[in-house]
Design a protein around this ligand. Structure first.
Ligand code: HEC
Length: 241
């Protein structure tokens, strides 16, 4: 009976594993580093220049981002706000969702919380997953999000990969044949995508560094407090025995 049960469990696990392998794409794994301010600054610059035309970040405010990322507000306003918005405003864009849905087939979603929805590794792999596919409306497809209706926004930087990119295989180049050249080397493109991913990880959880700092204080306080609690406890019970 036990053996039968173990066999059934084994089969169930095997089947569910096989199903998962079929549907989930292979990802390259990255760990965001919200303390790397230089990376976050490059990330917000890329996001503003290449993504905000279509995607909003409407749960974030320019001012907060400028402060968190150590960018002087005047510098931020001059270089990273193109819409006439004020620094206190939410990072919205003017694209009409209905029209956008008609243009692209699906409206570009807001990306403030995208890193919570998909995870950093998914975003990183998605942005490195575009390749040439002439059967698609924009001439590109994506290895991580098949038949996505987003054009390859960074084609000028990466170039256009002419084959399905190889992800999740350490040591192998992502792409060996290009249909168009980009301005960045593969290593520099990876760095740019890391910075962009890092920025999206920040926007999804902007108070994380603050939380971790506070947590440390709390632990330190508890450590000191416990000494006094112990001494007080000893004092109270001294005469009881
Ligand atoms: C020309 C418009 C356009 C630009 C520019 C653009 N996107 Fe998109 N993006 C879209 C559309 C449309 C979708 C929805 C695709 C779908 O659902 O098929 C999308 C989807 C996405 C998704 C997946 C959302 C999901 O379903 O979870 C991510 C992540 C994303 N874009 C990131 C970016 C980043 C980062 C940039 C800047 C480098 C960028 N996009 C630039 C139009 C755009």
């Amino acid at each position: 009976m036990n053996a039968l049960f173990a066999f059934a469990l084994g089969m169930a696990l095997w089947v569910s594993n096989a199903a998962a392998a079929e549907t989930s794409p292979t990802l390259d794994h990255v760990t965001p580093d919200l303390s790397d301010t230089a990376s976050l600054q490059r990330g917000v610059a890329l996001f503003t220049n290449y993504c905000m035309g279509c995607h909003s970040m409407e749960y974030a405010r320019y001012k907060r981002v400028a402060d968190d990322l150590d960018i002087p507000v005047s510098l931020y306003q001059e270089n990273l706000i193109f819409t006439g918005a004020r620094v206190g405003d939410l990072m919205e864009n003017a694209m009409d969702r209905k029209q956008a849905a008609a243009w692209f087939g699906a409206p570009p979603p807001d990306l403030t919380l995208e890193a919570r929805l998909r995870g950093a590794s998914w975003i990183y792999s998605y942005l490195r997953g575009f390749y040439q596919d002439d059967s698609r409306p924009f001439g590109v497809n994506n290895a991580v999000f098949p038949n996505v209706s987003m054009p390859h926004a960074l084609v000028g930087l990466q170039g256009l990969c002419a084959e399905k990119p190889r992800q999740g295989q350490a040591g192998e180049p992502l792409c060996t044949r290009y249909a168009a050249e980009g301005t960045l080397s593969p290593a520099d493109y990876d760095q740019a995508i890391y910075d962009l991913t890092n920025f999206l990880a920040y926007s999804a959880d902007p108070i994380r560094p603050e939380r971790e700092r506070l947590g440390l204080f709390v632990l330190l306080f508890m450590g000191v407090f416990i000494v006094f609690a112990y001494l007080l406890n000893r004092e109270y019970w001294k005469d009881v025995h």
